[in-house]
Design a protein. Structure first.
Length: 207
């Protein structure tokens, strides 16, 4: 059975997300940065085939720094998407026409990692970020009430309440807009993905 530990918060986002929000931002040579177990990379691939007719599977790359996770991902990869934990292999695939970061932004070393992504993406390339918008939560009790789907509860058990609280309440849409601007990206569009504004979508372009 496929491990769905990483990126599963997206299950709360309407399934039309891939068709309505993402496909127009995905180019012919695409990178999913911080892909974890690759679940959403594969969902994106299936959506590309369904809605866009893109079948060149060698043009989709999933990257994650965790080599063990990538090894497991390759075991459950019927679509033969290219997954790697090697920055050298990633650089060989560059430049990418587009990049997605699904629930990866809050893990980044913002300045250095966005600089690295900027080097990997071609001029005018598109970057899409989906992440948490929880900086308004001020205490662990309130955090647990919001951070409450099955995968999120499991993450709290895994890393502890305090670490989960610190990690997931340090990002929001406004900080994303400013961080990406500082890294040389221009905002194209942005929005919240659900009524309680728990998740945000930001789409930008390399200047």
């Amino acid at each position: 059975m496929e491990n769905k530990e990483h990126q599963s918060p997206t299950f709360e986002i309407d399934k039309s997300f891939f068709k309505n929000e993402l496909l127009t931002s995905v180019g012919n040579n695409h990178l999913d940065y911080g892909c974890g177990n690759g679940y959403l990379t594969k969902e994106m691939y299936k959506s590309l085939i369904t809605y866009k007719g893109m079948i060149d599977i060698d043009k989709i790359t999933g990257y994650d720094i965790d080599n063990q996770t990538i090894i497991q991902t390759k075991e459950y990869n019927p679509n033969n998407i290219f997954f790697t934990s090697s920055k050298e292999e990633l650089e060989k695939k560059a430049p990418f026409s587009s990049v997605t970061l699904f629930f990866t932004y809050h893990h980044l070393n913002i300045e250095s990692d966005l600089a690295e992504i900027s080097k990997l993406i071609k001029p005018s390339g598109i970057i899409t970020i989906v992440d948490y918008n929880l900086t308004n939560i001020e205490d662990i009790s309130s955090f647990k009430k919001s951070f409450n789907n099955a995968a999120e509860i499991e993450e709290i058990k895994k890393i502890g309440e305090e670490d989960a609280f610190k990690m997931h309440t340090k990002t929001d849409l406004n900080t994303c807009i400013q961080d990406t601007k500082n890294a040389g990206f221009e905002t194209i569009r942005s929005k919240f993905l659900n009524p309680d504004k728990k998740y945000f979508l930001w789409v930008g372009q390399k200047i």
